[in-house]
Design a binder for this molecule. Structure first.
Ligand code: PEP
Ligand code: MG
Length: 328
C-alpha cells in the first residue's frame, strides 16, 4: 500500500476538482533536503528549533545557531521555512535550564520564556536573521501566544535585532531582511483574537495538538486520559472551522501544523473548512496527497457540514471513514 502512495510522490496535491493544497513538512533535527528533492513538497511549515537545543548540554551561541539555521534554510531553499522560536516548557525541557513546576503545560512555556529572557530571544532572532541573509526564505513563528501584548513585545525585540544587525552589516554584500512573522493558534484565547492578528502579523498557523489539549483540558502526554484526546471532537472541529472562517474574513493567511493534518481523515475536513496549507510529519505526506488527489472539495464540504452536526468524535470519524470508502 505504501508503494501505491509513493507512486504519486512527485506530483502536487491537487484535488479532483483542481484545488491546489500546499503540503509542507514539520521538521526538527533532520535537515532532509533529500526528502524535499525526492518528493513534491511546498516547504517546511514548522521547524521546531527546540529539538536541537534539547540535544545539547549548553545553550548554543548566536554563531552556532546562525550556522545551524543557515543549513536548514539552504537545504530547502527557495521553498519557505517557517522557523518557530524556542518552544520549551510543557513536556520539552532542557537539561541545562532548570524549570520545575506543578503544572508545566499551564506554566512557563514558549513565548513566555523567550519574553522573560530577552537575551536568549535576541540571540535566536539575530541568528535567524543572519542565516537568512542572501537566502530570503525564512518566516518566523511565535509559539504559545495568549494575548496581543506578547506579540507586540516579540515584534519590538525582532525590530531591535534587525536594526542592530542592519547597522553592523551596512557594508556587507548580503543585506539583512525583515522576514514575515506569524503566531501559532494553539491556546484557545488566541483563536478569539483573529481580527487583532490580521493587523499585526503576516500569517497564523494552527497547532492542533496543543489546541486540542487546551480546549478539552486533556494533558496530551497523559496515557490515562489519552482516549479523551481527540481532535475530531465536534467542539474542536467547530473551533477549527471558525478559525478558517475568521481568517478568510480578515484576509489573514492561515495554515495548520498539528498531527490532525497528517491523518487523511483530518486533512479532508480541514480542506473542506478552507485550509489550503497543511504541514505534517514527512512520512504522512504521500498518504495525504493520495487521498486529496482522489476527492472533490464540494463533496468534502457536504461531509464537513454533516460532521459539524455530530454530537461525538466517534460519530464524526465513522462518517469520514464511510466517505473515504465511498469515494476512495
Ligand atoms: C501543536 O501544538 O499542534 C504543534 C504543532 O506544536 P508542538 O506539537 O510542537 O507543540
Ligand atoms: Mg504546540
Amino acid at each position: 500500500l505504501h508503494d501505491q502512495f509513493a507512486s504519486e510522490h512527485h506530483l502536487a496535491a491537487e484535488t479532483l476538482d483542481g484545488e491546489h493544497i500546499r503540503l509542507l513538512v514539520n521538521a526538527g533535527l533532520e535537515i532532509s533536503a533529500d526528502l524535499a528533492n525526492a518528493n513534491y513538497i511546498d516547504g517546511v511549515g514548522l521547524y521546531r528549533t527546540e529539538a536541537w537545543f534539547m540535544q545539547r548540554s549548553t545553550f548554543p551561541t548566536q554563531n552556532e545557531q546562525e550556522l545551524w539555521y543557515r543549513q536548514v534554510l539552504s537545504a530547502y531553499h527557495p521553498s519557505p521555512v517557517v522557523m518557530r522560536t524556542l518552544d520549551i516548557g510543557g513536556d520539552k525541557m532542557l537539561s541545562y535550564f532548570d524549570v520545575k513546576e506543578e503544572n508545566p503545560f499551564l506554566g512557563w512555556r514558549g513565548i513566555r520564556v523567550s519574553l522573560d529572557h530577552p537575551e536568549l530571544f535576541l540571540d535566536q532572532l539575530k541568528a535567524m536573521l543572519k542565516a537568512n541573509a542572501g537566502l530570503g526564505n525564512l518566516k518566523i513563528l511565535f509559539p504559545m501566544v495568549t494575548e496581543v501584548s506578547e506579540v507586540a513585545q516579540a515584534k519590538q525585540l525582532l525590530e531591535r535585532a534587525y536594526y542592530e544587525l542592519a547597522d553592523e552589516w551596512a557594508d556587507q554584500f548580503c543585506q539583512i531582511e525583515m522576514p514575515e512573522i506569524g503566531v501559532m493558534l494553539e491556546v484557545p484565547s488566541s483563536t478569539w483574537l483573529i481580527p487583532e492578528w490580521a493587523g499585526k502579523v503576516d500569517f497564523c498557523s494552527v497547532g492542533s495538538n496543543d489546541l486540542t489539549q487546551y480546549l478539552l483540558a486533556v494533558d496530551r502526554t497523559n496515557s490515562r486520559v489519552a482516549e479523551l484526546f481527540n481532535p475530531f471532537h465536534p467542539a474542536v472541529l467547530r473551533v477549527l472551522n471558525n478559525i478558517a472562517e475568521q481568517c478568510q474574513q480578515f484576509e489573514l493567511p492561515f495554515s495548520l501544523c498539528g498531527e490532525l493534518a497528517a491523518d487523511p481523515e483530518g486533512a479532508i475536513l480541514l480542506v473542506a473548512m478552507g485550509y489550503r496549507s497543511l504541514s505534517m510529519n514527512p512520512s504522512s505526506i504521500n498518504q495525504v496527497k493520495w487521498a486529496l488527489r482522489r476527492l472533490e472539495v464540494r463533496y468534502m464540504k457536504d461531509l464537513l457540514a454533516e460532521c459539524l452536526r455530530q454530537p461525538s468524535a466517534i460519530l464524526v470519524q465513522r462518517l469520514v471513514r464511510n466517505f473515504i470508502v465511498e469515494h476512495g
